[in-house]
Design a protein around this ligand. Structure first.
Ligand SMILES: Nc1nc2c(ncn2[C@@H]2O[C@H](COP(=O)(O)OP(=O)(O)OP(=O)(O)O)[C@@H](O)[C@H]2O)c(=O)[nH]1
Ligand SMILES: [Mg+2]
Length: 429
C-alpha cells in the first residue's frame, strides 16, 4: 500500500429524515452523532441532507424529488458513500445505489463497521462477524458488480469481507459455526458465573452511553489498565476487575460495551451472551456524560437497551461523570437528585462513589445477631470471610456477635443464630 492510498479518507454524505410525530431537532441531534460515528470510522462528512416525511418511501426511503437532490449533492461533493441515519431495507439500498451510482448504507452498517474495526478478542471478533453476516445476508443478492471495486469501504469491509462474494449457503454455514463457537464461550462464562456465585463475591457492571467514561472509571476505581479513547465504542470486550470496598470487602466491577441510540439489533443479538453477564450483575453502575448537553436523552437510550436485555429491573447507581467540564452542577443535581457527581479525570467525587458502591453492596446484605462459642475460632474466621463483623462482645463462654451477612450465606451459620432468626426475624439495619 502506498502512502497516498493509506491517507485516503472516504467522503461521506449523511441523510436524516424526520418522520411524523418526531421533532426536526431530534434528527439534527442524531445527525451530529452520525457525523461523530463517521469520524470514528475514519471518514469525513462532506455533505448533509434532511427531509420531513410522513412515512418512508418504500423504494428509496426519502421522497423521489429528494433522491434527485441527493444525487446532485453526491456529484457536487464527489462523495464515495451516502449514509442514512435510519435503517434501509435491502431493496431501498439497492435502488438508491442504482440511482446514485455509489454505495448507500445506513447507521447500522456504519456501527457494525466500527465494531469490526475495534473487535480485539476472539469472542468479540466472532460476535461482530455474526452480526455483520446477519446484516449482509439479506443484502447479498443483486448488489451490482459496478460496486465490486468499492470493497474495503465502510459497510463492506470487516471480517466478512472476502465472504461477500460467497454464496448464501456458505455464509449460512459460517453463521452456524460462529453460533456454535459463541455457545462455547457462553458455557465458559456460565461456569465462571457459577464459581462467582459460589464464592459470593458481589459484582456490578459499568454501563452507559458510549464515550461516557466507563473505562476511565474502571481505571480510576481499580487501577486497571483499560483502554480509554476519545472515540465511540473503544471498549468491546467485557473486562472484570477486583475492587476493594471502603469496608474492606472485595467486589468485582466489569466494564462493558457502550450503548447508543438505535443500537443495531443484530449487535444486541450477537452480543447477547456478553450482555447477559450485565443482566446477571447484582446491580448496575450507570455512567452518564455530564458535559453532554442533553444527558437525559442518553440515559433514556441506555435504559431502552437495558430493557431489551432484561436488565431494566436491576438496582442502579447513577454516576454523572466529566463534572470537571461542567461549570455549575446545580442543573444536573436537580435533574439527577440521586446521582453521584464525579470526574474520572481529576478524581473528584471518587471517595463518595466508593462509599455509594459499598452501600449498594451492603443493601443486599442484612444484619444478624449470632452467639458463637469462644472455642470456635473457625466460625469467627468464616464470618470474617463471608461478611462483616460489626460488633463482638464476650459474654461467659460465648461471643455475642452482630454481623452483616447476605441471606445466602446465613445458612452456613444457622446453628449460631438465636431461635426464630431464620424465619426472617433478623434485626434490621
Ligand atoms: N474531561 C473529562 N474527560 C473524561 C472523563 N472521563 C473520561 N473522559 C474522556 O472521555 C473519553 C472516553 O472515555 P472512556 O473511558 O474511553 O469512555 P467509555 O465509556 O469507556 O467509552 P466506550 O468504551 O467507547 O463506550 C476519553 O477521551 C476520556 O479521556 C472526565 O471525568 N473528564
Ligand atoms: Mg470503554
Amino acid at each position: 500500500m502506498t502512502l497516498i492510498e493509506r491517507s485516503f479518507r472516504e467522503r461521506i454524505v449523511i441523510v436524516g429524515v424526520t418522520l411524523s410525530g418526531h421533532d426536526p431537532e431530534e434528527t439534527d441531534e442524531s445527525l451530529v452523532e452520525l457525523a461523530l460515528l463517521v469520524d470514528t470510522a475514519g471518514a469525513d462528512v462532506v455533505g448533509r441532507l434532511t427531509q420531513r416525511l410522513s412515512t418512508p418511501d418504500p423504494a428509496y426511503f426519502i421522497g423521489r424529488g429528494k433522491v434527485e437532490e441527493l444525487r446532485e449533492l453526491s456529484y457536487a461533493t464527489d462523495c464515495d458513500t451516502v449514509i442514512f441515519d435510519d435503517e434501509l431495507s435491502p431493496a431501498q439500498q439497492r435502488n438508491l445505489e442504482k440511482v446514485l451510482g455509489r454505495t448507500a448504507i445506513d447507521r447500522t452498517a456504519l456501527i457494525l463497521d466500527i465494531f469490526a474495526q475495534n473487535a480485539k478478542s476472539v469472542e468479540g471478533k466472532a460476535q461482530v462477524e455474526l452480526a455483520l453476516l446477519n446484516y449482509r445476508l439479506p443484502r447479498l443478492r443483486g448488489r451490482g458488480t459496478q460496486l465490486s471495486q468499492q470493497v474495503g469501504r465502510i459497510g463492506t469491509r470487516g471480517p466478512g469481507e472476502t465472504k461477500l462474494e460467497e454464496d448464501r449457503r456458505r455464509i449460512q454455514s459460517r453463521i452456524s459455526r460462529l453460533k456454535r463457537q459463541l455457545g462455547e464461550f457462553q458455557k465458559t462464562r456460565q461456569v465462571q458465573s457459577k464459581a462467582r456465585e459460589a464464592s459470593r463475591v458481589h459484582n456490578a457492571s459499568l454501563i452507559g452511553y458510549t464515550n461516557a467514561g466507563k473505562s476511565s472509571l474502571l481505571n480510576a476505581l481499580t487501577r486497571a489498565d483499560t483502554l480509554v479513547e476519545n472515540r465511540l465504542f473503544a471498549t468491546l470486550d467485557t473486562r472484570t476487575r477486583r475492587m476493594q470496598l471502603p469496608g474492606g470487602e472485595a467486589f468485582l466491577l466489569s466494564d462493558t460495551v457502550g450503548f447508543i441510540r438505535k443500537l443495531p439489533h443484530q449487535l444486541v443479538e450477537a452480543f447477547r451472551s456478553t450482555l447477559e453477564a450485565v443482566a446477571e450483575s447484582d446491580f448496575l453502575v450507570h455512567v452518564v456524560d455530564g458535559s453532554y448537553h442533553e444527558p437525559q436523552a442518553q440515559v433514556s437510550a441506555v435504559r431502552e437497551v437495558l430493557a431489551e436485555i432484561g436488565a431494566e429491573e436491576l438496582p442502579e447507581l447513577l454516576v454523572v461523570n466529566k463534572c470537571d467540564l461542567v461549570g455549575n452542577l446545580d442543573g444536573l443535581r436537580r435533574e439527577f437528585p440521586d446521582a453521584v457527581f464525579v470526574s474520572a479525570l481529576t478524581g473528584s467525587g471518587m471517595v463518595e462513589l466508593r462509599e455509594r458502591i459499598a452501600r449498594m453492596v451492603r443493601a443486599t446484605a442484612r444484619i444478624y445477631d449470632l452467639v458463637v462459642p469462644s472455642s470456635r475460632g473457625d466460625v469467627l474466621a468464616r464470618l470474617h470471610a463471608e461478611g462483616q463483623i460489626l460488633q463482638s462482645t464476650l459474654k461467659g463462654e460465648s461471643y455475642l456477635i452482630t454481623a452483616r451477612l447476605e441471606p445466602a450465606s446465613l445458612a452456613l451459620f444457622s446453628e449460631f443464630l438465636p431461635e426464630g432468626t431464620m424465619d426472617g426475624d433478623a434485626a434490621q439495619q
